[in-house]
Design a protein around this ligand. Structure first.
Ligand code: SF4
Length: 982
């Protein structure tokens, strides 16, 4: 890079000399800083660039640069809004160089925020339904009307002890814990997430090892990077991880990508491994076996940190509990997982598996691994993908060391908020039903079936940046639920844009985009902890100019609001006099009895809860909030290192210390004050109520992991206790689409893959992204295409267990033969009656319903249209793909609860009259599929070892009181004596 800068400097000097030799004045460049990679932060108040719209004239524009955080995926990359100082409008977004995670870089979706905020079809005012749900009639109402209607219903539900009839269902949270605390303050166990259609499978495998449900690979320092996904291009923490993976590659690291498709990531790989979907654990266990057999693992690490003693004692009580015996048993446990067996299961050659093994073995502790959605989200038993993957890290001692993989909670920082409400004393069986006691997250995608079976009703249902009709499998069942007033009393969609779920809402409430709202975020992207501040950039800009802004609606377009101010206002209206004990959590500390504002909320947090921020801000003469408004992020510390190896101070286990048979140390000393609220497992106290404080290893008490044993749980006693003993150690579970389970003519459909330039359900309002990718053809190998008799562009019918969809074929060698794939991003639609909403990259469809039989057909293809943005009249494409998820039945994994996305399908030529985008579904079939998968479960009523609904130590986004865990325990109220929700 320096060489490039030197060369650039030479060129600038030469241009200067040439210009001046002609007697002309050399133009220094608008920034007066030709070599600036990024605008230096000292000049963010007044930055000059040439106005591209004035070209070829050289017209200088002056900008104020205000940081915020991208909301278009979970990476939370820093953005800089370029605010025109003449108009006070945002002209563009670029990367924020002060962001430690993204370091000034973004993917295409970052700059595309500008499309989203200028989308001519965005919702600018609160709307209330007129006529039937879904019919398309809407009237504009005021925020006061919307808030009063919501507050009245929620207050009634709370007063009538119908707490479980209030539910908040979130897609992209984008913030750390604000809304969970709102619900806790209301005493409502109403948090519902999208996680079981997203990452639960991946999380489960990591959590059973460490008590922490996400990995944080140190890609930049790895010698070998092993990815079970197209992680480099579209995976979790996409851009921040991608740049570090490329750094590692430049330093000679090997990149191994397991992906059935030739993704862009696979094209960068040293080894592209394309296994039969679901066979990944067989490959990973064969590599583990080889490491074990060859003695290529870190013996001392395994001896110190695995819970091998517990495994031997409980599963092999006849053998001495020594490490040598464990090693011998370990060799036998995985003896069948030969390379030949793995090859037979996966279709990957023995030679390639050997090559992957060699790369893992030579990496030593510099092995960075990651699996998130992909195979873990596609297959029944997919949670064993991450469990077997992390076994390689655990064998190599590649955990929380440079180039290895950290538990995420150590590389993440969640600050303490100004108020911590009590845990709700409620248990909501619509989200955590008894059949799924160890599900990682809420069984959200089963909601229509639970409500349909009469397990409960929802009086007030919030969807927030969430579009279940489109995102979830089995969308017609969602439409059936959402159009039934007896099942859903009032549905408020909190959304920046129209979507397939909002059409069926009663209230549509416009919420801000990345540059129009406040949130804090912190993600594990390297070995450090940082905090980023998303903010309404026009609010920050006008405050820099000396204005006082008290409500984000004062600066946002139309009446677009932000959730945090919305929740505070709504909570006050639910409990105006404080008699319900809710209002106190939304009051100012500085001025008791008045409403808390976001300035005070974040100002307090930044001042009191973020180590080092106050001092750093003071160096510049700023208050902490001013610092965050000015720079957008703060790196708290780097080099966190192996926290599990930290000694526990003796005073923390001085009182009534007890050490169990496996080294777990308990004490009655109180827990030290928490600094970081990042979610982890919470190890249970011992049977006499002592707190778990650490784990004794080689005579030293160390912090360990937040797993029940404090160790790396090769053996999960939790799985044994809760009825899944056969999977207590890392195993290979044959997927529901394993060849043995397919019927003649069926092939697996991979429906989970993402497009690098799309944002799940929120990019249809981004014209740049849609021009880049706007359709989702079916990937099909030439061999298979020949069998079906189709070529690229031909229509095919894909027959699923519920019905079928019609899509164009794309014949490619970029997928293994015998498997087809279709990206889930496309196929966006708008209902007839909603023609004016959300016109970018959608087709107008008509829904047809006859009993349980539903069909959807495009009425009009996509094309140019007139709007306030002239670019919409230049749209040149017509095919916007198909909404395949509608035709998928629900497949909850009986352990993790993850929806197992892969489908067993038949691909046939389209029939006469079929059109691209056609869909047919029978929801009677979808109910049958639901019952089939429900039959696989082992209910807590049968397996619970202690009469509780769920192991308490497992992470839950919003944890109820301990009492609510009891089967048959209380449902409904907030307990004033409950511990605070942190
Ligand atoms: S990776 Fe792209 S979409 Fe995700 S936060 Fe960064 S810029 Fe935004």
């Amino acid at each position: 890079m320096d060489m490039d800068l030197d060369r650039l400097a030479e060129r600038v000097d030469a241009a200067r000399a040439a210009t001046e030799s002609r007697g002309e004045t050399f133009y220094e460049g608008p920034s007066r800083s030709q070599l600036a990679m990024f605008p230096p932060k000292e000049r963010w108040d007044d930055w000059v660039e040439l106005d591209s719209r004035a070209w070829p004239k050289r017209v200088e524009k002056r900008f104020m640069l205000v940081p915020t955080t991208c909301f278009n995926c979970e990476s939370a990359c820093g953005l800089l809004a370029y605010i025109d100082k003449d108009t006070l409008q945002v002209r563009k977004f670029e990367g924020n160089p002060e962001s430690p995670g993204s370091r000034g870089r973004n993917c295409a979706k970052g700059p595309a925020v500008h499309n989203q905020i200028t989308d001519p079809d965005r919702i600018l005012h609160p709307m209330k339904r007129v006529g039937d749900r879904g019919a398309g009639g809407w009237e504009r109402i005021s925020w006061d009307e919307a808030l009063d209607e919501l507050a009245l219903r929620i207050r009634s539900a709370i007063e009538d002890e119908r707490h479980n009839e209030v539910m908040y269902h979130v897609g992209r949270p984008g913030e750390d814990g604000f809304t969970e605390r709102v619900l806790a303050a209301w005493g409502v166990d109403g948090h519902n997430s999208h996680t079981n259609v997203c990452s639960s499978g991946g999380r489960t495998g990591f959590q059973f090892w460490t008590g922490i449900d996400r990995p944080s690979p140190d890609h930049a320092n790895a010698r070998t990077i092993l990815l079970i996904s197209s992680h480099l291009e579209t995976g979790h923490y996409f851009n921040p991880h991608a740049q570090r993976i490329i750094e590692a590659k430049q330093n000679g690291a090997k990149l191994i990508v397991m992906d059935v498709r030739l993704s862009n990531t696979a094209t960068h790989a040293t080894e592209w491994v394309a296994p039969y979907p679901g066979s990944e654990p067989a490959i990973l266990l064969s590599i583990a076996r080889e490491l074990i057999v060859n003695g290529e693992y870190d013996r001392d690490y395994v001896r110190r940190w695995w819970n091998w003693k517990q495994y031997l004692t409980e599963q092999h009580p006849d053998r001495p509990a020594t490490f040598e015996v464990f090693e011998e048993v370990l060799r036998g446990l995985y003896a069948d997982y030969t390379f030949e067996y793995a090859s037979q299961e996966s279709g990957v050659s023995v030679a390639q598996i050997r090559a992957v093994h060699a790369a893992v073995a030579e990496a030593g502790s510099q092995l960075a691994v990651h699996s998130w959605r992909s195979a873990a989200a596609g297959n029944e038993g997919g949670w064993q993908v991450s469990r077997t993957l992390f076994m390689l890290s655990a064998l190599m001692g590649a955990i929380a060391v440079p180039g290895g993989t950290y538990p995420n909670a150590w590389n993440k920082f969640v600050a303490r908020p100004i108020h911590l409400p009590h845990h709700p004393a409620a248990w909501n069986e619509l989200t955590y039903p008894l059949e799924y006691p160890i599900a990682q997250n809420e069984l959200s995608f089963l909601l229509p079936h639970f409500v349909g079976e009469g397990r409960g009703v929802i009086d007030v249902y919030f969807t927030r940046v969430y579009n279940p009709v489109w995102t979830n499998p089995d969308g017609f069942s969602w439409i059936e639920m959402l159009t039934d007033h007896k099942k859903v009393g009032l549905h408020a969609a909190l959304t920046p844009t129209w979507n397939e779920t909002a059409y069926f809402a009663d209230l549509v409430l416009p919420m801000g985009l990345s540059s129009e709202r406040h949130d804090i975020t912190s993600y594990e992207q390297y070995d450090a902890q940082w905090l980023a501040f998303r903010q309404p950039v026009l609010r920050a800009a006008r405050e820099r100019l000396g204005e006082t802004i008290t409500d984000t609606r004062q600066v946002n377009p139309g009446e677009v609001w932000e959730e945090n101010e919305f929740w505070i206002d709504l909570s006050w209206r639910i409990d105006p006099d404080g008699s319900l004990g809710i209002r106190e959590y939304f009051e100012s500390k500085a001025e008791p009895g008045t409403k808390l504002g976001v300035d005070e909320y974040y100002g307090w947090m930044f001042e009191h809860s973020v180590p080092g921020l106050k001092e750093k801000a003071a160096e510049e003469g700023l208050a902490p909030l001013e610092y965050m408004r000015r720079y957008g992020s703060f790196e708290i510390r780097t080099g966190i290192g192996p926290l599990h190896e930290s000694p526990v101070p003796a005073e923390q286990y001085a009182t009534d210390r007890r050490v169990d048979d496996y080294g777990r140390v308990y004490s009655r000393d109180p827990e030290p004050a928490k600094e970081n609220y990042a979610p982890t497992g919470a190890p249970d106290p011992d049977h006499e109520g002592r707190r778990a404080v650490g784990v004794e290893i080689d005579g030293e008490v160390l912090r360990g992991f937040p797993s029940p044993s404090g160790l790396l749980e090769f053996y999960s006693r939790t799985l044994v206790d809760w009825g899944w003993g056969e999977h207590a150690i890392p195993t290979y579970i044959k997927s529901h689409i394993h060849p043995e389970k397919l019927e003649t003519g069926q092939v697996p459909l991979i429906s989970t893959f993402r497009l690098v330039t799309q944002i799940h359900t929120r990019s249809a309002n981004s014209k740049w992204l849609n021009e880049l990718s706007h359709s989702n053809p079916l990937w099909i190998h030439p061999v298979q295409a020949a069998e079906v008799g189709v070529i690229t562009g031909d229509l095919v019918r894909v027959e699923t267990e519920l019905g079928h969809f019609v899509v164009k074929a794309w014949v490619t060698e970029g997928i293994r033969p015998g498997v087809v794939a279709c990206s889930h991003h496309m196929g966006r639609w708008r209902l007839t009656g909603h023609e004016q909403s959300h016109r970018l990259n959608t087709t107008t469809v008509a829904l047809h319903n006859d009993g349980s039989k539903w069909s959807m057909s495009p009425e009009k293809s996509h094309g140019p249209f007139a709007s306030a943005d002239p670019d919409t009249s230049r749209i040149w494409w017509t095919d916007v793909g198909v909404h395949q998820n509608m035709t998928f039945g629900v497949h909850p994994d009986p352990v993790s609860g993850m929806h197992c996305w892969h489908q067993a399908v038949r691909v046939v030529k389209a029939q006469e009259g079929d059109r691209a985008g056609d869909i047919f579904v029978d929801t009677e079939r979808s109910r049958a599929v639901y019952r089939d998968w429900l039959a696989k479960t082992r209910s807590a009523t049968v397996v619970s070892p202690n009469g509780e609904r769920r192991p308490r130590w497992l992470i839950r986004p919003l944890k109820p009181t301990a009492d609510a865990f009891r089967i048959g325990g209380p449902v409904g109220r907030r307990a004033d004596d409950a511990p605070v929700a942190g």
